[in-house]
Structures are given as C-alpha cells and as structure tokens.
Design a binder for this molecule. Structure first.
Ligand code: NZQ
Ligand code: ZN
Length: 399
C-alpha cells in the first residue's frame, strides 16, 4: 500500500426526508444562499419547493439560480458567480445531479475569487490552472444530490466544460469539499431508467479505474471496491425496475458517495484514463457521461486491461461476477463478457456512432483527451501509459 492522507471533512446527513432539514443545516454556514439547480427536474418533482420551504422556515434568504445544464458550461458558472457576488451570498446550496453540484462548487470558487471559471479547468490551454489549483478557498457549499452517480456530493472536484474551447476537465482542491451533504434517497425516485443506468455505470467506472490503474498491494481498498461493485450491480438494476424502492435507491445513493469519496483509492492511487477519454466526447457532443463510459469500457478492458492486468480482471470476475474458472485468461475473457451482459441488461450498451459521434473527429479528440487529461499532456496514466494512438484505437473499437 502506498502512503496516503485521507481527508473526508464533509458532514453527511443520510436518510428519508432529511432534505427537509436543509434550512437548519445551512444556518451553520451562512445567512444568504445561492440555491443552484437544473432547468427542469427539481421544479417538476417538487424537491425545489421542499428545499425552499425549509430555508424559509429557518430564516435563510436565498436566490434561485436554475440555469445549470448537463455537462455544465463555464459561462453558466461565471453568470452564477457574478450573481452570488452582486447579491452578497455567503453560502452555495446545490440541489440536483452531478452537473448541478459541480457547477455549484465552481460558482462557490468564482464568487470568491472573481476569476473566470475557464481558467481553473485542469489542462486548459491558458495554463493558468497550474497556479490556481488546488483550490484552497471557496464559499461554503451544501450539496443535496437528486441522482446517484458522480459522488460529487461528498468529494472536492467539479467537472466543467468550456464549450468554446472544447475543454472539459476537473477543478479541485480542499476548498471544494462540501461542508455538508444531505443524502435523501427519496429525491432520486424520479430519475428515469436511462439516467439510473448511466449513473450505475458511472459508479462502477469510478470503482474500476483505480482497481486497474493503481497499486496492487491494497487489499483493503480492493475488497471495499468489490463490495461496492456488487452493490451497484444488484441495486442499479433493481432501482430501474422499481424506481420507488427505498432500499434500492438508498443503497445506490450510498454506493455512489462511497465510490468517489476517497476511501477506495487512498493507498492505491492510480489514474482515471476512461474518464479522460469520455470527457472529451461529452465536451464535443454533449452526451451523458455514464453512457459514454458504458460505450468505452468494453474496448478499454479488451485492448488495455486484458493485456496488462489479466490477473486483476480475473480477480474482479471471481469476486464480483462469481466466475470460478482456474485460468486467469479464461476468467478475464468471461469477465469482459459479464460486464457487457450487465450493460446490456441496463440498456446502456451501445456505440459511439449510435450517440451521434462523427468518425472523422475521432483522431482529433483522441489527441485532445491526452493533451487535456494526460500527465504533462503526454499520456493518460492507466495500467500502462495510454497514448493518443491508444485512445484512437479504443475510440475506433467503440465505434
Ligand atoms: O438538469 P435537470 O433538469 O436537473 O435534470 C437532470 C438532467 O437532465 C436529470 N435529473 C437529475 N435529478 C433528477 C433528474 N431527473 C429526474 N429526477 C431527478 N431526481 O438528470 C439529467 C442528468 O443530470 P446530471 O446532473 O447531468 O447527471 P450526473 O449526476 O450523471 O452528472 C454528470 C456530470 O458530472 C460530471 C460528469 O462529467 C457530468 O458533467 N462528473 C463529476 C464528477 C465529480 N464531481 O466528482 C465525477 C464524474 O466522474 C463526472 O465526471
Ligand atoms: Zn464518472
């Protein structure tokens, strides 16, 4: 196991109906909130009204900023930051999926610094992120996830897209750790089957990235990872079939938070190459993050993981999919098949062509993914160094 520092400062309030306590929770951090949410779902489901009522009862002033789009844009963040500054907001509350929570974290940063969000995005051409990251200070943030997927509710990263430059990447730092996260699984009942599936794939990917790319002598982390994988496989499907099953939704929500809170990768490290590859696709084609991951995963397993880490694929197959053959190569092959079968069951399996990606842009995007998300812009760290030629191969295999 490699040395590590694990800092998980976010207070987690978990359970049925707990979002109704947001007012009293926010009181600890501020008096005037920018209430950040998406354009549609929170109004439609009534969750926004519930949050407003609680804030009113607690005497918290608030301004609603309901302009966040999926794959949130730097320009939307900048507008939100400006409003927060002009209105004198001293706390940012996020109600929504990963896009909303990420945008809220970026708004909390921009509101305090007055700098454009685009400068913070890791890997951007201006190079300013090198001085600005890690982010030490932002306004206090309270998250209320309405979709189980990204783990943004309890981690210190925001993934933002600069649509003008085609750059999508993370900004992160201790200042972005939410002060509190209110996990109320009932808020996720209304998530569609398709987004439930995409969320499950995203959670699974957060778990396998470090499992394949990090230190192999971290058995505690591996066992945590495998347990969380079994959960997401079981309850992802159940939540699709029974959207209002509290146990399924609560298991999925908690798995989502634990997958990327830091526990699984502390002492293991490793890169997130499939994320680097997906982010360039959603930066150019605005596809759902989880769907992009589902499309790329089989080729990544086949082309990179099977060659470099067949024993790790085999371990995953034995521990998660109960494939009990002796030979590692045989189990590795069967594991890829089992993952594909699970994606098909979730109706998340597909090709880049099916989601509208143009073949002639693949080579450009492969280069850009390594420039933006790669180590020193040279390669994506994974089970081995993944070059732009490798990324192009994976894109082509996924087409
Ligand atoms: O936009 P609204 O109207 O809110 O609707 C959303 C959106 O259309 C809808 N939705 C959310 N909660 C709902 C709901 N619909 C019905 N009922 C509810 N309760 O779902 C759609 C997708 O929402 P979005 O927030 O975009 O999805 P997700 O949570 O998957 O977030 C994806 C974003 O997070 C980034 C992704 O790259 C992407 O930009 N990520 C953030 C990470 C982080 N901060 O650590 C890590 C991830 O790997 C990821 O990169
Ligand atoms: Zn992800």
């Amino acid at each position: 196991m490699i040395n590590f520092i694990l800092n998980m400062p976010t207070k987690i309030i978990f359970g049925k109906g707990e979002s109704g306590r947001v007012g009293e929770i926010v009181q600890e951090y501020g008096t005037k909130a920018l209430l950040v949410t998406g354009k549609t779902s929170a109004k439609k489901t009534g969750s926004l009204r519930k949050i407003e009522q609680s804030m009113q009862q607690a005497g918290i002033q608030y301004i609603i900023y309901d302009q966040i789009e999926p794959n949130p844009r730097a320009t939307t963040v900048d507008k939100g930051g400006q409003i927060a500054r002009e209105e004198g907001c001293d706390v940012i509350v996020a109600l929504g999926g990963g896009s909303t929570m990420d945008a809220a974290k970026a708004i909390a940063t921009v509101a305090l610094s007055g700098r454009p969000c685009g400068e913070y995005i890791r890997g951007n051409k201006t190079g300013k992120w090198k001085e600005l990251l890690p982010i030490q200070k932002a306004l206090p943030i309270v998250t209320i996830p309405t979709l189980a997927a990204t783990g943004s509710e309890t981690n210190n990263t925001a993934v933002i897209t600069n649509w003008e430059t085609g750059e999508k990447s993370g900004m992160s730092g201790p200042g972005l750790h939410p002060k509190a996260a209110i996990l109320d699984p009932e808020l996720t009942y209304s998530v569609s089957a398709a987004y439930t599936a995409d969320g499950a794939v995203d959670i699974f990917t957060h778990l396998y990235e470090g499992y394949f790319s990090g230190d192999e002598n971290a058995n505690v982390q591996d066992e945590i990872t495998e347990g969380l994988m079994r959960n997401v496989i079981e309850y992802g499907r159940k939540a699709m079939d029974f959207p209002e099953d509290y146990e399924a939704r609560s298991h999925l929500q908690w798995t989502s938070s634990l997958a990327l809170i830091g526990i699984a990768n502390a002492g293991r490290g490793g890169g997130f190459p499939v994320h680097g590859m997906e982010h360039i696709l959603s930066a150019h084609y605005d596809i759902s993050h989880g769907r992009g991951l589902a499309i790329l995963t089989p080729a990544y397993f086949e082309y990179i993981v099977k060659g470099e880490k067949p024993h790790r694929l085999a371990r995953l197959g034995r521990k998660v999919f109960q494939i009990h053959e002796k030979d590692d190569q045989v189990v590795a092959d069967a594991t890829i098949k089992a993952v594909v079968a699970w994606f098909k069951e979730l109706e998340a399996y597909g090709t880049l062509q099916q989601v509208g990606i143009e073949k002639e842009k693949l080579a450009f995007m492969a280069k850009e993914s390594v420039r933006i998300s790669g180590l020193d812009g040279q390669y994506l760290p994974g089970p081995r160094n993944i070059t732009s030629e490798d990324v192009l191969r994976i894109f082509e295999m996924s087409y």
